[in-house]
Ligand binder design. Structure first.
Ligand SMILES: Cc1cc2nc3c(=O)[nH]c(=O)nc-3n(C[C@H](O)[C@H](O)[C@H](O)COP(=O)(O)O)c2cc1C
Length: 185
């Protein structure tokens, strides 16, 4: 880490598997090597996404080092974030899956369908600007599944998405979803 002049932070899980949880020791060694902070997902590699994130175990990393630790894993709302921070004793939390198709999570809001579809439209428009129409369409197939999570007919719309390849197709579908699920479109 001393090879670069910018601060380097490290993202890690708890360890390889339940028998080899070594995040606190590893973090300590990396801190000695100059790591400026850590983000710890409270699962082992072997766990994948199964079970629940072990926030207590993330707390052991907080106590092992003196640089900031960001807690991660199974934070799905602002209420979860507060609970997590108090269990972990960390200053910050990081939200992964709950942010997908749901930028509102950071404001602690649970928006109605029209606002969700507006967010999907804006996301798509920004993707087109950033990456061009072709790539935006490919990437939006995946993102749209998150934007419509929990909506009526979501499975049906997900199937339709896989055949869309132009910005116009997407915009049309987003308008239709808003209309058919009770939004304004
Ligand atoms: C689509 C997706 C991509 C991810 N990519 C990375 C990655 O490149 N590097 C990484 O360290 N973790 C990655 N993760 C894991 C998350 O950073 C996070 O540790 C994990 O999802 C647990 O947090 P969550 O319960 O809030 O989702 C990814 C997760 C998702 C869902």
């Amino acid at each position: 880490m001393n090879a670069v002049s910018v601060p380097v932070t490290v993202k890690m899980r708890l360890g390889w598997d339940g028998g080899s949880v070594n995040a606190p020791e590893l973090a300590k060694r990396l801190e000695q090597e100059g790591a400026a902070g850590f983000c710890v997902h409270g699962r082992t590699g072997r766990q994948g996404y199964s079970g629940r994130a072990d926030w207590q175990a993330v707390g052991a990393v907080v106590r092992a080092v003196s640089v900031p630790v960001t807690a991660n894993g199974d934070i799905f709302s602002m209420r979860d974030l507060e609970r997590c921070l108090s269990v972990v004793g960390a200053a910050m939390g990081m939200i992964g899956r709950a942010a997908m198709g749901n930028p509102f999570v950071f404001a602690g809001e649970e928006p109605d369908i029209p606002r969700r579809m507006e967010a999907a439209k804006r996301h798509f428009a920004l993707l087109v600007l950033d990456k061009g129409e072709k790539t935006a369409c490919l990437e939006m197939r995946r993102h749209l599944a998150w934007h419509i999570r929990g909506l009526p007919y979501a499975a049906h719309y997900r199937r339709e998405v896989s055949s869309l390849s132009t910005a116009e197709d997407f915009e049309k579908l987003l308008r239709r979803i808003a209309r058919e699920t009770g939004g304004s479109g």
